[in-house]
Design a protein around this ligand. Structure first.
Ligand code: HEC
Ligand code: HEC
Ligand code: HEC
Length: 477
């Protein structure tokens, strides 16, 4: 967009924001509300702001595990009492882009305002129109967040924001195509790929210098999706990536479970082909600064069909379960019915092969353990994809112990995946508990302490500068 046009657009917006008109008094056009609905879908607001066990859309109450404790999402329906019905457009924009709540308190970055900070005023306006007039108000109070000290002090986020919240809105890079720019805007903003796929630093901030090179997100690992041919998805075509984002599956390579399945179910599958292609164009241009040598095998082409059970035929079953063949016996009993006796999957790919599968040959074993404990649950236009969980989930039919999950994982890794990895029962417990966290709590505590310290220093510096300016002004006068 030309800068002149955006200025013209921004002026009435800024005026509208200043005027104390509540949204109820304003009538938004159908087109604007529809545009807002699409952006809300692209941004996946509903995934976090809905309790998926019987809650109403956008009414909040979804408990979100974070390394610093459980954070509750809030009611963002236009209810005046329990939701955001009294928010002005400025307050709404500040919540979405800056993480500042209507009453001025800071939000926790579990709300991805760091990503949304790139959103244009135009898009915020459309989102506001949708949330005020396209969403059904829900007159219910969402449960409140209570974090342990010092994280319960919302003001401590001020320091963090000063250090890590981007202050720039998206600007088109004239050296790149319009498609690439649209893709960057969506991938780095609304669709927030980096929230999950970018590693976090000690203060829980996204490490942008290694953007999209892979990160732990709860019990799942969001792999490297840079164009690195070995560690990333450099071997995928544009069409491969679009297909995966639309359906959650790429035959003989990858399937989406966990938070990626949610992102696809609620958000990505509903995007237009043009937007998915734009995202793919941008993501495929992101490189890994620590790129590997080009010849090593990728996680998509390791392993082979095999079954070691034959080796122990004729021996008592119980021996097999406890002894060397525990993994293959567990596999035959629990997995073979769907994934095939030699893990070859089914011809139509509905039940995937476990070799040539990203989940079994990644750089770490997180996703094979998580797949066994939590299963797969994904809704797309292609239908419902389901693998039952074998952890202690409410709908588990056959719960496996940590020792069993470990020996099953090791069997799968050895024959079908990355044979260099080994899983211990302790590793399984970590994933059962929702992913590695304990160290991060400490880091986060220190981080917030440091953040608060930095805030004091910055404030001090600001006061000092102001004083100096004043005294200079006095000298000049
Ligand atoms: C990854 C999860 C997640 C997504 C996606 C998300 N939010 Fe949030 N949001 C949260 C959480 C958690 C909070 C509460 C944080 C807190 O209490 O500090 C929150 C708080 C808010 C608030 C403050 C409400 C209040 O309490 O007054 C607004 C407004 C909001 N979100 C709007 C949005 C919009 C609009 C979108 C989509 C563009 C969105 N959120 C997407 C997790 C999310
Ligand atoms: C809420 C977290 C989250 C968000 C947001 C997210 N991803 Fe993912 N993604 C994951 C996880 C977790 C996996 C691993 C899923 C699995 O193996 O079952 C994954 C897997 C993938 C894979 C397959 C890689 C492989 O080796 O299996 C691709 C490609 C991908 N994501 C692309 C994207 C893109 C592009 C975006 C943004 C448009 C995005 N993701 C946003 C969490 C996320
Ligand atoms: C009732 C059928 C069924 C059973 C039993 C089953 N699976 Fe699956 N499995 C599936 C389906 C369906 C998928 C997902 C396919 C997709 O996403 O398109 C899947 C996916 C997977 C994945 C890939 C997950 C990811 O995140 O990429 C792994 C690994 C896996 N299964 C391992 C196992 C193991 C190990 C067992 C035995 C403990 C097992 N499965 C039992 C149906 C089954």
């Amino acid at each position: 967009m030309k800068p002149v046009k955006s200025l013209v657009l921004a002026a009435p917006l800024a005026l509208a924001a200043l005027a104390p008109v509540s949204a109820g008094a304003q009538e938004f056009s159908k087109e604007l509300i529809e545009k807002g609905r699409y952006l809300a879908t692209a941004s996946d607001c509903v995934a976090c702001h809905t309790n998926h066990h019987g809650g109403k859309p956008m009414a909040g109450g979804l408990p979100m595990a974070s390394p610093v404790g459980t954070i509750m999402s809030t009611n963002i329906t236009p209810s005046k009492e329990f939701g955001i019905g009294t928010y002005s457009e400025t307050q709404f924009a500040d919540a979405v882009r800056k993480g500042i709540r209507g009453d001025g308190a800071n939000l926790y970055p579990a709300m991805p305002y760091v990503s949304y900070s790139n959103m244009t005023d135009e898009d915020i306006h459309a989102l506001y129109a949708y949330f005020m007039q396209g969403v059904q108000p829900v007159e219910e109070k969402a449960p409140e967040t209570s974090l342990p000290f010092p994280m319960n002090i919302r003001a401590s986020m001020m320091g963090w924001n000063m250090l890590f919240r981007p202050s720039e809105m998206h600007k088109d890079d004239p050296a790149q195509s319009a498609e690439w720019n649209r893709g960057k805007y969506l991938a780095e903003g609304a669709a927030h790929c980096s929230t999950c796929h970018t590693p976090r630093g000690v203060f829980m901030q996204e490490q942008k210098d290694v953007n999209l090179t892979g990160g732990q997100i709860g019990p799942w690992y969001a792999p490297d999706i840079t164009n690195d041919k070995v560690h990333g998805i450099g071997s995928w075509t544009q069409e491969d990536l679009v297909t995966y984002l639309k359906t959650g599956r790429l035959d003989h390579r990858a399937q989406a479970a966990g938070s990626m399945a949610e992102a696809i179910s609620y958000s990505f599958q509903h995007l237009t082909d043009a937007d998915l292609n734009a995202i793919a164009t941008y993501v495929r241009s992101v490189s890994n600064p620590n790129a590997a040598q080009a010849s090593a095998p990728t996680r998509f082409d390791q392993g082979k069909p095999a079954n070691e059970l034959a080796a122990y035929r004729g021996k008592p079953y119980a021996d097999g379960i406890k002894g060397d063949h525990a993994g293959s016996a567990l596999y035959t009993a629990n997995c073979a019915s769907c994934h095939g006796v030699s893990a070859q999957g089914t011809a139509d790919g509905y039940y995937p092969s476990l070799f040539h599968n990203a989940a079994t040959a990644g750089d770490n074993a997180t996703n094979i353990i998580a797949a066994i404990l939590y299963g797969v649950d994904r809704h797309t236009k292609d239908g419902h994809v389901f693998m039952p969980p074998f952890g202690d989930q409410p709908n588990t039919v056959n719960a496996l112990t940590n020792v069993e999950v470990a020996s099953l994982s090791n069997y799968i890794l050895k024959d079908y995946g990355n044979a260099k990895l080994t899983v211990t029962p302790e590793d399984v417990q970590v994933i059962r508990d929702g992913g590695p966290s304990s160290q991060l709590v400490l880091f986060a505590r220190i981080g917030m302490g440091v953040g608060a310290g930095v805030a004091v220093i910055v404030l001090g510096a600001a006061v000092w500068l102001l004083r100096r300016k004043r005294s200079r002004a006095q000298v000049a006068a």
